[in-house]
Write a protein that binds this ligand. Structure first.
Ligand code: COA
Length: 697
C-alpha cells in the first residue's frame, strides 16, 4: 500500500528552489542525500541546474515516468501543479505547501478545490501543510526535516509537523531507528487510517507510533485499529483533550462525556496503547521496538540498592504487573552466589558492592525461573560498580533469552556510557524505574490484547415497535424530551424492570395509588417541561401515610407551579419506593467523531462531582461491559465492603449491553440517563428508578 510514496522509482520535486534554506531546496537536497537510488527530477521554471543535477521547467518536460511528486510551490499554484500531475499520470503526491484550511475560510476553500481536483484525477495525497515523508529502507527523504532517522523498526505518523521534527531529533540523540516517518499535515486525503493499514503491512515496521489531534472518521478508525493492533502495537498520543462535548449538555452523561472520554474509550476498545505524554510515547516505543512481548504479568527486579527497588515495586503495584514470587530453586541458587546480606526475594537486592559478574550471574538465574515473564535491572552507580561492563554483561545475556529485559541505571553522568551501551545493544533503558515499569505494563497490556479471543456481541430481544410509537408521538408533539412515564415505557420495552407507578391527577387519586402500592412511596412531579425534577422541589421520597401523601401532593404541585410557572403539570407520579441495593447510573451521549458513547458510574446526585465514570463507544461487547463496571474507582462498593452483600454485577453489565442495543436501534437518542438504576443484591437484578431521554430534533 502507498508504494509510490515509500518506494517510488522516480520522484519530482516541484518548486525545487535554487536558494539554500528554502523549503524546496532542502527537500531536493534531502532526496539526494540519503542513498535514494531512483530518478530525481527537480522542477523550477527559473533554473537549469540545482545541486549539480538537471532541472526541468515543468512536469511535462520530464522524459520518463514519475511515481511521486513532492510539491513545494506557493498555495495558489498547487492546483495548477496537480493538473500537470494528472496530465503526466502521476498518482501520488506530497503537498508540503501551507496556507490551506489552517489559515481560515479562504484557505479552506482552496483546500476543498484541491481535494476535488485529486479525487477527480484519482491522485492520492499526503498533506497539504506537512513536513513530508521519509522511508529509511528506500532512502526516500521527501521532507524538509533536518537530517535522516537511522534505519529501524518504528513506523511513525504525525498530524503535527513540529512533532515530527522533534521526534527525529530525539531519535538521533538516542540512536533509535525508524522505518517510515510521515507528516500527515491537514489529512485532506491520506489519514491515520491508511497509515495504520500501510504500516501494518510494512515488513520493516514492528511498532506503529502516531500523534493525532483529531480523527476524521472515528468508527472507521476503530475498525482498522482493532485489526492492526492485533498484529503490531499501535501507540498513539492524542492532544486537544478538552471537554468540548460537555457544553450545553442537558444530562449528567452529556456533562461528563468530553471528547477525551470518547478517545479514551475508542482507544481501549480498539487495542490502541495511549501515550499521555511525549515522554510516554518515547518510552513505550523503545520497549516495543527492542524487546519481545512478555508472556505474562510476572516481573522480577534486580537491584544493587534498596530504595530504587522499592520505588519500582511500588510502581508495579499501581500497574497490572505482578511482582512475582520466585521459585524456591531460584532462591536457593541465589543464596549460593550472593552475599548473605543480599535479599533473595523479589526485588532481588544484590547490594551495593555488586559488580558486573554478580549482575550477570543473578540475571542468568532469574531468567531461568518459569515464574518470571520479564526482568527489570536497576543499577545505582556505586564506587564498586563498573557501569559500562555491567551494561555489556546484562545486554549480552539478555539477547540470549526470549524473556524481555529492561534497565534503569539511575543517575546521569556516571551511568551515561552504560545507558548508551544498553540502547545500542537493544535493551530499553529508562532514566527512572517508574518509566520502565510503565513501559513494561504497556507491553503486558499488548500481550493481553493479542491473546484475547474475539469479543462477544449479543443481541437482545425488545419491543422496538413500542419505542417507535413513543418516539413518533414525542416528535409529533414537537418535543425532544421524553416525560418520565414515556422513558419508563422505553426501558420496559427493552426488558428493564421499573418500580410500580401510578399517575395521580388529584390528591385523592394519589392516596388510592399509594394504598394499592404499599408504603412508603415516592412522589414526583410529572411535566413534559420539568426534566430535572429535584431542582424544582418536585420529588419527595419516603412518604409513609395517606395523610403524608395528601400533603406531599400539594407541596409538589405548588412548588412546581411557583418555580416553573410555564410548565404544564400532568399530575404526580406515585411510585413504589425501592429500598436497599446500590444506585448506579447508565448514560448515553453523542460524540461527533465516534457516535454514541455509553457511560457507567455510581449514581445519585454526586456523579458529576466525583466524575467516577467509565465510557465505551457503542456497540458494546460483553467484555466491554465487564471492564466498564470494574473500571470505576468505587467498584469495591458494588462488590460490597465490610460484610455488605455484593450487588448483582452481572445484571448491571447486562443493562449496559441493553443500553448499547437501544442506542444502536435508535440513533436518534442523543442523550439519556438511567439514574438511578438500583442494583439489587446478587441474583435479584436491577430496577430502573428514573430515566431521561433526549431525541434529536
Ligand atoms: N512550478 C515549479 N516551480 C515553481 C512554481 C511552479 N508552479 N512556482 C514557483 N516555483 C519555484 C520558484 O521559482 C522558486 O524557486 P527559486 O527560489 O529558485 O526562485 C521555488 O519554486 C519556490 O517558490 P517561492 O515562490 O520562492 O516560494 P517559497 O519557497 O517562498 O515558499 C512554500 C513555498 C511551499 C515553501 C511556502 O508557500 C510554504 O507553504 N511554506 C510553509 C511550509 C510549511 O511550513 N509546511 C508545513 C509544515 S508543518
Amino acid at each position: 500500500m502507498l508504494e509510490h510514496f515509500f518506494s517510488p522509482a522516480s520522484v519530482a520535486v516541484v518548486g525545487a528552489s535554487r536558494q539554500p534554506g528554502k523549503v524546496g531546496h532542502d527537500v531536493l537536497k534531502n532526496m539526494m542525500s540519503y542513498g535514494y537510488q531512483g530518478q530525481i527530477y527537480p522542477i523550477n521554471p527559473a533554473a537549469t541546474e540545482i545541486l549539480g543535477i538537471k532541472v526541468y521547467p515543468n512536469l511535462t518536460s520530464i522524459p520518463g515516468p514519475v511515481d511521486l511528486a513532492v510539491i513545494c510551490v506557493p498555495a495558489p499554484s498547487v492546483i495548477q501543479v496537480v493538473e500537470e500531475c494528472a496530465a503526466r499520470k502521476i498518482d501520488s503526491i506530497v503537498v508540503i505547501t501551507a496556507g490551506f484550511k489552517e489559515v481560515g475560510p479562504e484557505g479552506a476553500r482552496l483546500e476543498r478545490e484541491l481535494k476535488d481536483a485529486i479525487s477527480r484525477y484519482g491522485i492520492r495525497m499526503i498533506g497539504p501543510n506537512c513536513v513530508g515523508l521519509i522511508d529509511t529502507a528506500s532512502g526516500v527523504n521527501a521532507s524538509f526535516a533536518a537530517g535522516m532517522p537511522l534505519k529501524g523498526n518504528i513506523g511513525f505518523f504525525s498530524q503535527s509537523g513540529a512533532l515530527c521534527v522533534a521526534i527525529l531529533d530525539w531519535s538521533l540523540a538516542e540512536d533509535i531507528g525508524f522505518s517510515k516517518f510521515v507528516s500527515l499535515g491537514n489529512k485532506t486525503d491520506i489519514s491515520e487510517i491508511e497509515m495504520l493499514l500501510s504500516l501494518s503491512e510494512d515488513p520493516e515496521t514492528k511498532v506503529i507510533l502516531g500523534y493525532l489531534e483529531g480523527i476524521n472518521d472515528g468508527l472507521a478508525f476503530m475498525d482498522v485499529a482493532r485489526e492492526v493492533s492485533k498484529k503490531k502495537p499501535v501507540i498513539l498520543i492524542k492532544s486537544g483533550t478538552t471537554a468540548s462535548g460537555a457544553k450545553a449538555a442537558s444530562s449528567h452523561t452529556g456533562a461528563l462525556a468530553g471528547s477525551d472520554a470518547a478517545f479514551q474509550a475508542a482507544f481501549r476498545q480498539s487495542g490502541v496503547i495511549r501515550a499521555h505524554s511525549i515522554n510516554d510515547l518515547f518510552n513505550y516505543a523503545l520497549a516495543f521496538a527492542y524487546q519481545p512481548l512478555p508472556k505474562g504479568p510476572n516481573i522480577a527486579i534486580i537491584t544493587n540498592s534498596g530504595g530504587p527497588g522499592i520505588i519500582a515495586a511500588d510502581a508495579c503495584d499501581r500497574s497490572n504487573l505482578i511482582l512475582t514470587s520466585l521459585n524456591k530453586e531460584t532462591v536457593d541458587k541465589l543464596r549460593k552466589i550472593l552475599p548473605p546480606i543480599a535479599s533473595f526475594y523479589n526485588p532481588v537486592d544484590i547490594i551495593g558492592d555488586a559488580g558486573a559478574e554478580r549482575y550477570l550471574n543473578t540475571l542468568a538465574i532469574i531468567q531461568a525461573d518459569d515464574q518470571v515473564d520479564a526482568i527489570l535491572v536497576l543499577l545505582t552507580p556505586t564506587a564498586m560498580v563498573d557501569v559500562a561492563e555491567t551494561a555489556r554483561a546484562v545486554a549480552g545475556l539478555a539477547k540470549q533469552s526470549p524473556k524481555p529485559v529492561f534497565a534503569s541505571f539511575l543517575g546521569k553522568k556516571r551511568v551515561e556510557e552504560g545507558r548508551k551501551i544498553l540502547l545500542r545493544e537493544g535493551i530499553p533503558h529508562y532514566n527512572y524505574p517508574e518509566d520502565a515499569i510503565a513501559a513494561m505494563n504497556s507491553m503486558y497490556r499488548q500481550r493481553r490484547w493479542v491473546d484475547e479471543p474475539a469479543r462477544t456481541h449479543l443481541c437482545y430481544l425488545a419491543d422496538r415497535d413500542k419505542v417507535w410509537q413513543i418516539f413518533d408521538r414525542v416528535r409529533d408533539e414537537n418535543r425532544n424530551q421524553l416525560i418520565e412515564a414515556e422513558a419508563r415505557e422505553v426501558l420496559q420495552a427493552y426488558g428493564f424492570k421499573v418500580p410500580v407507578n401510578v399517575l395521580a391527577r388529584t390528591s385523592k387519586e394519589a392516596v388510592a395509588a399509594a394504598n394499592s402500592i404499599g408504603y412508603p412511596v415516592v412522589m414526583k412531579i410529572v411535566s413534559p417541561q420539568i426534566i430535572h425534577k429535584s431542582d424544582v422541589g418536585g420529588v419527595i421520597l419516603g412518604v409513609k401515610t395517606a395523610k403524608e401523601v395528601e400533603k406531599a401532593f400539594f407541596e409538589i404541585t405548588s412548588r412546581a407551579r411557583a418555580r416553573a410557572p410555564q410548565a404544564p403539570i400532568l399530575g404526580v407520579m406515585v411510585q413504589e419506593m425501592i429500598m436497599g441495593g446500590k444506585e448506579v447510573i447508565l448514560g448515553l451521549s453523542k460524540d461527533p467523531q465516534f457516535g454514541t458513547l455509553i457511560m457507567f458510574g455510581l449514581g445519585g446526585v454526586y456523579v458529576e462531582v466525583l466524575k467516577d465514570v467509565s465510557f465505551r463507544v457503542v456497540p458494546l461487547a460483553r467484555e466491554d461491559a465487564h471492564e466498564m463496571v470494574r473500571e470505576i474507582r468505587s467498584f469495591p462498593l458494588l462488590r460490597g465492603v465490610r460484610g455488605e452483600q455484593p450487588v448483582d454485577i452481572e445484571a448491571v453489565e447486562e443493562t449496559l449491553l441493553i443500553m448499547s442495543q437501544l442506542a444502536q436501534d435508535f440513533p436518534e437518542i442523543v442523550e439519556a440517563d438511567v439514574n438511578p438504576l438500583v442494583a439489587r443484591p446478587r441474583g435479584e437484578g436491577t430496577i430502573a428508578v428514573d430515566a431521561r431521554f433526549t431525541l434529536s430534533r
